[in-house]
Design a protein around this ligand. Structure first.
Ligand code: DI6
Ligand code: FE
Length: 399
């Protein structure tokens, strides 16, 4: 059989669901035809292949390319000054209520052109790419008007013209209240439902909201969800990060892909997520940066069988983290996820959180040939080390 490329003498962590754990295959081989995996499995069972190029891997490990399923990568400016304020005693809520926080990034992002937003994001994207990330979700949420939310979404999409990466843009217009709607959150929700969500169809892959006492109520979130579903867009939610708003259960009622953060998630929320087949996206970078102490209910999520993903939550305010490998380490050290859960959290379960399980997240014939090839002796090393990058090679779309 003809094929373009073969990676041989490799150990595979396929992440396949029909295999246990990480789906390990010693003495494995991956073959690509075009941008797809033609074969991934034991070398001994491979069909006779006649590759144009055969790449020896010397026993290295191959995983699916990593997926960062929750980021706010597109924005202008930074919040180093706010960081200083917090270190001098101010809380996140106090800074937000005083007009700082998200709104200061909104001003900078509105003032920036689409080209500037793309250019500003590239170094951050490159840091993730250097660690084997091949798919990234990027939220808007710093534009807060139709014009500027679309500018952010378009900038996110354009990153895939600049780099070899899959980008999944998410509309997060319901992130904060823009100044021109001060005192009229319901008016802004009207604007989102009537004008912003319909304009995002074909540009955004999903719609998110920030359901929190410093952001939008569950009733307002529900209106956003109804409008999104009415336009055929899937939903997801920033839920129970700082308090329990029953956001995860609300998201479950709208068939959400995921609920993210979840520090204050309760038993009813977990049960609802399980019934709806949702993914719990854990974001230890924000937990760490905010010096949070209220742990998400990891053991209960595990016992309930809710798939858990891990992501950077890269954003300038609460998680200026551009290392997915460090997020893995934090998932283990702070949240007590097992190394196996951590690695599944940036591959198969992250793909599920993006609604892209059919295309990415496991080494399976027919899926995209997005690979990370690692200089490691065992997959737990990806989680164990801090600030070390063992990536040997990254393959995107078979190349
Ligand atoms: N939760 C967060 O942690 C970030 N947004 C959100 O909904 C904060 C974003 C920011 O402060 O800029
Ligand atoms: Fe976030």
């Amino acid at each position: 059989m003809h094929c373009d490329r073969v990676w041989r003498d490799a150990r595979l962590a396929t992440m396949r669901e029909d295999l246990s754990g990480l789906g390990v295959i010693e003495d494995g081989m991956v073959a690509a035809q075009g941008d797809r995996i033609l074969y991934a499995g034991p070398a001994s069972e491979a069909p006779a292949l006649n590759p144009i190029e055969s790449i020896p891997c010397a026993g290295r490990w191959i995983t699916p390319g990593l997926i960062d399923c929750h980021t706010h990568l597109i924005h202008a400016g930074d919040r180093a000054h706010e960081f200083e304020l917090r270190l001098n005693g101010a809380s996140y809520e106090e800074i937000a209520r005083a007009g700082g926080g998200i709104i200061s990034t909104v001003s900078a992002t509105r003032a920036a052109s689409e080209d500037e937003l793309v250019a500003d994001a590239l170094p951050r994207l490159d840091a993730l790419i250097a660690e084997g990330v091949t798919t990234i979700e990027i939220k808007s949420g710093y534009g807060l008007s139709r014009e500027h939310e679309l500018k952010q979404l378009n900038a996110a999409r354009r990153l895939s013209e600049k780099r070899r990466i899959n980008v999944s843009p998410t509309l997060l217009a319901a992130h904060a209240l823009p100044p021109e709607f001060a005192g009229d959150a319901d008016g802004y929700i009207d604007e989102i439902c009537a004008n912003i969500i319909p304009a995002a169809v074909g540009v955004a892959d999903a719609v998110d909201a920030f359901c929190e006492n410093i952001a939008f109520t569950s009733a307002q979130t529900e209106r956003v969800f109804r409008a999104a579903r009415g336009c055929g867009l899937p939903v997801k939610l920033h839920a129970e990060q700082l308090s329990n708003q029953n956001g995860a259960a609300l998201a479950a009622r709208y068939g959400a892909l995921s609920a993210d953060h979840l520090e204050y998630l309760d038993a009813a929320g977990i049960a609802a997520m399980k019934r709806a087949g949702m993914v719990a996206v854990m974001l230890p970078g924000a937990f760490y940066f905010l010096r949070d102490t209220h742990l998400p209910p990891i053991a209960a999520l595990r016992d309930a069988g809710v798939p858990m993903a891990l992501a950077t939550d890269y954003n300038p305010g609460t998680s200026p983290l551009t290392s997915l490998l460090l997020a893995l380490n934090m998932g283990a050290t702070l949240f007590r996820l097992t190394p196996e859960e951590c690695v599944l959290g940036v591959t198969r379960h992250a793909a599920q959180a993006l609604g892209r399980s059919a295309d990415i997240g496991t080494l399976s014939a027919g899926k995209r040939c997005d690979l990370a090839i690692w200089d490691i002796e065992r997959p737990a090393e990806l989680v164990y080390r801090m600030g070390f990058n063992p990536l040997h090679a990254r393959v995107w779309g078979g190349q």
